[in-house]
Design a protein around this ligand. Structure first.
Ligand code: ADP
Length: 398
């Protein structure tokens, strides 16, 4: 069975076609600059020597989808003979608000609810909706499934997801914690349990998704009980360009002095803060690590802030769950930066977390990186959100 995974932004369409018989990727690609000058597509057939590239005006997502399907059908760089071979499409959705607690099959009611979720992800959800409509238009008989970044976090108890604001803010504007990266946290929590030969139901886990955007999740018995991102992906630990947690009064304080608008402040907090804002070097941890190794004090501070923030969440979530069995690191930083893993775990021996520096000296592969006598097992699990979306699509559609 073949499943198409689609991740649409407002001007982009990323895709992967999976063969679910062995969960392999047959082809993948990216359409960029949809609706703007310089539109192009890059398509890669697994195992092919060369990418297939197209540069042509692409006025909307329907045209983009047609290009993708043509590429998948092409006799040279294609991987299917007929579109009927594609059993279903799974669409990544950034925010399902509290309308969606799990992945669902698309119907009119679902489309209406997706529109209601737009205020929660104004930069993402409109693109997702256009992607679904494009798939429906191109393959009217094929089922579409929506898989939400927020769904895994819908098991949080109310006292974890509510903010201490007037209750009307919640009732009227749905202001609360939703979290993000749920598909990744779900995937790595399941995979970590499988890798360790345990059942998710028997484990207290903390999953650290550390990339350009980062979030930490407490997973108790396979269910999310708390997560560090909030109403938006700005909350939590220090990120590439995002602030992470801070006193919300920073915003009116700076605005009163500088007269920056709400949009300008939002821009500062999302795009000019974090590792970049503190180090002044880069949003990319590799650059910051390199600068720190040459003695750059602000780069060293940025790294210390990152590690300290993650450590605080590990302490908090261990308290929330009344213990910890497995600590998982994933995504660009979690999978690749041995220094970050070591820095985060340093000083947590009292909680039963003991990193083995030799085992920790790995990148980008599944591994146990704690000592044999560490009470908490620390693991690296590469994330695979697309595969999780494909699995969810298969589960829901068939
Ligand atoms: P995104 O959130 O955009 O999906 P990724 O999960 O790809 O991001 O993570 C990007 C981050 O991972 C960057 O900060 C990058 O510096 C970091 N990273 C990737 N490889 C390494 C490495 N070898 N050492 C340290 N950091 C790394």
């Amino acid at each position: 069975m073949k499943i198409l995974v689609v991740n649409c932004g407002s001007s982009s369409l990323k895709y992967q076609l999976f063969d679910m018989d062995n969960e392999s990727v047959l082809a993948k690609g990216l359409v960029e600059r949809i609706g703007i000058d310089g539109s192009k597509m890059r398509h890669v057939k697994t195992g092919a020597e060369k990418d297939y590239r197209v540069e042509t005006p692409i006025k909307d997502h329907k045209v983009a989808m047609k290009l993708v399907l043509d590429a998948l059908l092409d006799k040279d760089h294609g991987v299917v003979k007929s579109l009927d071979e594609i059993a279903a499409a799974g669409h990544r959705i950034v925010s399902g608000g509290d309308y969606f607690k799990e992945s669902v099959l698309v119907n009119d009611e679902v489309m209406n609810a997706l529109v209601k979720c737009i205020p929660l992800a104004p930069l993402h959800n409109p693109g997702h909706i256009m992607g679904i409509e494009a798939a429906q238009h191109a393959m009217p008989k094929m089922p579409n499934v929506v898989v939400f970044d927020t769904a895994f976090h819908q098991t949080m108890p109310d006292y974890a997801y509510m903010y201490g604001v007037p209750y009307e803010f919640y009732e009227t504007h749905r202001v609360r914690r939703y979290g993000a990266h749920g598909t990744s946290h779900h995937f790595v929590s399941l995979r970590a349990a499988e890798f360790l030969g345990k059942k998710p139901e028997d484990l207290k886990m903390i999953t650290c998704h550390l990339g350009n955007g980062s979030s930490i999740t407490a997973v108790n018995g396979g269910k999310c009980v708390d997560t560090s991102m909030g109403l938006t992906p700005l909350a939590g630990v220090l990120m590439g360009t995002r602030t992470g947690d801070m006193d919300p009064a920073v915003v009116p304080f700076v605005q009163n002095i500088t007269k920056y608008s709400a949009d300008e402040m939002n821009d500062f907090m999302n795009k000019k803060s974090g590792l970049l804002g503190i180090s002044g070097v880069s949003s990319d941890l590799r650059d910051v690590e390199e600068a720190a190794s040459k003695g750059n004090e602000r780069a060293k501070l940025a790294i210390s802030m990152l590690e300290y923030g993650i450590k605080k969440y590990i302490g908090a979530y261990t308290a929330v769950m009344g213990g910890l069995d497995v600590l998982v690191f994933t995504a660009g930083i979690g999978e690749n930066s041995a220094e970050t893993r070591e820095g985060v775990c340093e000083g947590l021996e009292f909680m039963g977390i003991k990193i083995d520096p030799a085992k920790n000296n790995i990148r980008g592969k599944e591994a146990i990186v704690s000592t044999d006598d560490s009470k908490v097992t620390v693991v690296v699990i590469p994330t695979n959100e697309e595969l999780m979306i494909a699995r969810e699509t298969k589960r829901v559609a068939f």
